[in-house]
Design a binder for this molecule. Structure first.
Ligand SMILES: *Cc1c(COP(=O)(O)O)cnc(C)c1O
Length: 479
């Protein structure tokens, strides 16, 4: 069994194994016809059930053959131009290369003595990101597993910085379009059920700062404490960006921590054309960025940044075996002192390789392309009588709904849209997402692939209309 250990004596086997795996994936990518095969859980479960984990195959080729059936054939492929579903981007090759290197070396970023250079590389990327945001000289941060964890950590710091022992008094303000991890974090942080005050959005799905101001005033009048305001820079559904300068001013006035959730909108930090959309983000106390959403990085790659690095001390705990107190005095850079995680992947390497090969402008150019595509897609939808489109996009999502010419009940239109989404998924020809707007069923394109064209969008809209019409037609027959 020692022949399977990666070490000085097994370099040849490592090279062969990994090359074979890369070869299979490359072949797969070259031959996938659609983003998905449409396989159902009921069809796939028996294939996976049939695998006897207690009877190993012994060699990589056999395991890769099997992998074809249990995974590769029916995976959902984000690189395909008709994958328009969730916030998943196609990945850039330098990042995939970084991924291969980091998992082979297997550094763990919790302590210097498990990573060395990896620690400094992560620190440099945190400083780079903070500088792009404009957080100032005291800024710091740490890589995380994703936006959910980044938001949780930011709100933990906000809770601790509030200096309040009575958690029932703390309130968080975020728009009704903010990510559900805000509510989840509030619960995990022990705040009350009604700790999160949901602020309505305007017609462009941006937080109404006038309502925010009124709610802050009410909070103060009731003797409660405005712990944090979460501004979303790129809402998950609409890509809308809350009015950051106005929110920053209110946060200052009411002494609230300002967190900007830029999990999606962070791609603008590299944009050549649209960076101004983030103006005001530099006034945040903390910022969430998901490189795995708009920097074309593989999952996971995310970070939380803070204006005042000393706030990260709220995540510092010492363990004799790992990061004893003396290491602080000795100035040993142990990232675990800043993180909610202990053992932690060197995800930063992927971004490093990306910046070293392509540069930030390269990433920004790709992100600008998908934002341009969304603008063109909006024109298409707005001119199409079959569809109702919700807002003109600031980033790269489009939320729309098929509306048949013959007047049908809204509930029937809901069902037709839901049916169309499911039928499209089952066909494997394209993948789109769905969401609700004012209680009604809508569909969503998340455009993160620069290879997707306006004609792809047009073709998928035709497919959706076809499925929806089929549903309505059949239902008429049955009615
Ligand atoms: C996706 C998203 C998150 C959660 O990020 P994960 O990486 O999926 O944990 C948080 N906020 C916003 C606005 C998002 O779009």
């Amino acid at each position: 069994m020692r022949s399977h250990l990666l070490n000085d004596t097994t370099a040849e086997s490592y090279r062969r194994s990994v090359t074979e795996g890369v070869e299979r994936v490359a072949r797969k990518l070259a031959t996938t016809r659609g983003p998905f095969t449409g396989v159902t859980p009921a069809e796939l479960a028996p294939v996976i059930d049939a695998v006897d984990l207690d009877r190993p195959l012994g060699d990589a080729s056999a395991a890769l053959d099997e992998l074809e059936d249990v995974y590769l054939r029916d995976a959902v492929y984000f690189h395909h131009p008709r994958y328009l579903g969730h916030l998943n981007c196609p990945v850039v090759i330098p990042a995939v290369l970084g991924e291969a290197v980091l998992s082979a070396v297997n550094s763990s970023l919790d302590t210097w003595d498990q990573s060395a250079g990896g620690t400094l590389i992560e620190r440099k990327l945190i400083a780079w990101t903070a500088a792009r945001i404009g957080l100032g000289p005291l800024a710091d941060g740490v890589f995380t597993s994703g936006g959910t964890q980044s938001n949780l950590q930011a709100l933990l710091l906000a809770r601790e910085e509030s200096g309040t022992a009575d958690l029932s008094k703390l309130r968080i303000f975020s728009s009704e379009c903010s990510h559900f991890s805000v509510q989840k974090s509030a619960t995990l942080l022990g705040l009350g059920r009604d700790a999160v005050i949901s602020i309505p959005v305007d017609r462009n799905k941006r937080m109404q700062s006038v309502v925010l101001a009124a709610e802050l005033e009410t909070c103060r009048a009731e003797g409660l404490i405005p712990m944090a305001i979460v501004a979303t820079a790129g809402t998950t559904d609409f890509g809308s960006i809350d009015p950051l300068p106005e929110i920053a001013a209110l946060a200052e006035e009411y002494g609230a921590w300002m967190h900007v959730d830029a999990a999606y909108g962070c791609g603008l930090l590299a944009s050549l054309k649209r960076r101004h959309l983030l103006d005001g983000i530099e006034r945040a106390d903390s910022v969430t960025v998901d490189y795995h959403k708009s920097f074309f990085q593989p999952v996971s790659s995310s970070a939380v940044l803070v204006r005042d690095g000393s706030a990260l001390r709220h995540a510092t705990y010492h363990a004799d075996y790992l990061n004893p107190r003396r290491t602080v005095a000795e100035q040993i850079p142990n990232q675990v002192d800043k993180s909610l995680q202990t053992t932690r992947r060197f995800d930063a390497l992927k971004l490093w390789m990306t910046l070293r090969v392509m540069g930030a402008d390269g990433i920004g150019e790709l992100f600008d392309e998908v934002c341009d595509l969304a603008a063109a897609g909006y024109e298409l939808l707005a001119a199409d009588p079959r569809y109702d489109v919700v807002v003109e996009p600031q980033l790269s999502t489009l939320v729309y709904r098929y509306v048949p010419e013959a007047v049908t009940s809204p509930a029937e239109i809901d069902r037709a849209n839901l049916y169309a989404r499911k039928a499209l998924f089952a066909s494997g020809e394209a993948v789109v997402a769905g969401t609700k707007v004012d209680g009604r069923q809508y569909l969503k394109f998340t455009l993160l692939n620069p290879e997707t064209t306006v004609s792809d969008i047009a073709a998928v809209l035709d497919l959706i209309a076809g499925h929806a019409e089929q549903y309505l037609g059949e239902n008429l027959v049955h009615a």
